[in-house]
Ligand binder design. Structure first.
Ligand SMILES: [Cu+2]
Length: 187
C-alpha cells in the first residue's frame, strides 16, 4: 500500500535530481571563460617578447602561465598577474629563436578552472653577440701576464744564464788583462 507511493516519490526525486544535474552542467558551461586573444598571438612569428598578455571573455582569477621552449626549458619570470579579464606574464631574459608553448590556467568568475595552451615562434632575436668585441681587450693584458709567467717558469735557466755571463765576463777580463800585459810588454 505504502510501497507504490514511496516508489512514485522516489521516481519523482530521481527525475528531479537528473534535471538539476542537467541544469547545473548546462548553465555554467556558458559562463566558462575563454581566451579571446593573446600577445604574442597563437602561431605568430615575432621578435622576442618581454611579456605574454592573455585576454579572456570574463574576469579571471589565480592565473598561472608557463612558457616553455622545445627542450621544456621554462622562461616565465615571476607569477602571472590578473587584472579583470587580462592576464600578464613577464618573460625572463631574451628568448632565443625557436618555438615556445604558452600553457595557461585561470579560474573563471563562475569558479571553474579553465586551461589551454598555444605556441608561437621567436625569430630575429638580437643575439647577445654584442659583447663579443670586449673579450679582445681582456685578451691583450692577458698576453703580458702569460709572458711574465713564462719568465717565472724559466727562472732556473735564468740563473744558468747569469752564471754563464759571469763566466764569459771573467774569461774576457782575464783575456783583456793578458792582452794588456802582452801589449805593455811589447812597448
Ligand atoms: Cu564554469
Amino acid at each position: 500500500m505504502s510501497f507504490p507511493t514511496h516508489a512514485r516519490r522516489l521516481g519523482a526525486v530521481t527525475s528531479l535530481a537528473a534535471m538539476s544535474v542537467a541544469a547545473l552542467t548546462a548553465a555554467p558551461a556558458s559562463a566558462h571563460t575563454t581566451l579571446t586573444s593573446a600577445s604574442p598571438a597563437k602561431d605568430a612569428t615575432v621578435a622576442a617578447p618581454s611579456e605574454i598578455v592573455l585576454t579572456y571573455t570574463d574576469p579571471v582569477r589565480l592565473p598561472r602561465v608557463v612558457v616553455t621552449d622545445a627542450a621544456k626549458k621554462q622562461y616565465q619570470s615571476g607569477s602571472a598577474r590578473a587584472v579583470d579579464n587580462k592576464v600578464t606574464q613577464v618573460v625572463g631574459g631574451g628568448l632565443p629563436d625557436g618555438t615556445y608553448t604558452v600553457g595557461w590556467r585561470v579560474v573563471s568568475s563562475d569558479g571553474h578552472p579553465v586551461e589551454g595552451a598555444y605556441t608561437f615562434t621567436v625569430t630575429g632575436t638580437a643575439r647577445p653577440a654584442a659583447p663579443a668585441p670586449s673579450p679582445a681587450s681582456p685578451a691583450s693584458p692577458a698576453s703580458p701576464a702569460s709572458a711574465t709567467s713564462a719568465e717565472d717558469s724559466g727562472g732556473s735557466s735564468g740563473w744558468l744564464w747569469i752564471g754563464l755571463i759571469v763566466l764569459v765576463v771573467v774569461l774576457a777580463a782575464g783575456a783583456a788583462g793578458r792582452l794588456r800585459r802582452s801589449s805593455a810588454g811589447q812597448d
